[in-house]
Ligand binder design. Structure first.
Ligand SMILES: *[C@@H]1O[C@H](CO)[C@@H](O)[C@H](O)[C@H]1NC(C)=O
Length: 215
């Protein structure tokens, strides 16, 4: 159970209700009646040739703690009732032909983050927590729209920046071109700035040169 070998003592067998038929050659579908075993807490049918779907009302085996259906020929969708199994602490649905959207639920999400390989080898599965989006799923489609909107954002930003800059340069250029007084004062300002810079540089240069000779 839960990938551990348990040794049953006289007390353990009372509290432990499990069926382990793993590593056999069982074929056919999982019998519907198994869901009426409401004390069942461990079911391991791994490594058989079971086919068909996972039982729709698997969620009615409320005390299920460990469910291993890996390495069978099961196909179809994972029933959403699986998220009703609140005691489930070990799940393995790997290497089958499961398809469709993975049901969500706090229990299943936690199991996945504890062991991300539980859905391995099912190429048809999609939706969170897997990266693969389900096609035709509205929620993931709107997610795509949002994401492509984000992709466009930098383009709009740089376009806005570029056009704003261009307009500003032309405004300054045309004002200077047509307003004579502004042009004169602009040139004067430029000249004065140049003068100040020139004086500053030559004074500093001379001071440094003097310091060098004194040293
Ligand atoms: C189910 O049985 C297989 C083979 O005996 C074993 O390797 C696996 O760990 C078992 N699964 C669980 C959840 O205990």
């Amino acid at each position: 159970m839960k990938h551990n070998v348990l040794r049953y003592g006289p007390l353990g067998i009372v509290s432990m209700v499990g069926i382990d038929l793993s590593l056999n050659k069982l074929t056919g579908e999982i019998p519907e009646e198994i869901t009426s075993l409401d004390r069942l807490s461990n079911l391991n049918l791994s490594c058989n040739h079971l086919s068909g779907n996972i039982l729709k009302n698997i969620g009615s085996i409320k005390l299920m703690e460990s469910l291993d259906l890996s390495r069978n020929d099961l196909y179809g969708e994972i029933p959403s009732s699986l998220s009703d199994l609140t005691y489930l602490s070990s799940l393995d649905l790997s290497y089958k032909n499961l398809t469709g959207k993975i049901p969500s639920g706090p229990q299943l999400d936690t199991l996945y983050s504890g062991n991300p390989s539980i859905y391995d080898g099912n190429s048809g599965l999609c939706g969170p927590p897997l990266r693969k989006n389900c096609s035709g799923d509205n929620s993931t489609e709107s997610g795509n729209v949002i994401r492509s909107g984000n992709d466009l954002e930098p383009i709009f930003f740089y376009f806005g920046l570029g056009s704003g800059f261009t307009v500003a340069v032309w405004v300054v250029f045309f004002t200077l071109l047509f307003k004579k007084t502004w042009r004169v004062s602009y040139c004067r300002l430029f000249d004065r700035a140049y003068d100040i810079l020139y004086v500053f540089i030559s004074v500093t240069h001379r001071r440094l040169a003097r310091q060098a000779t004194e040293d």
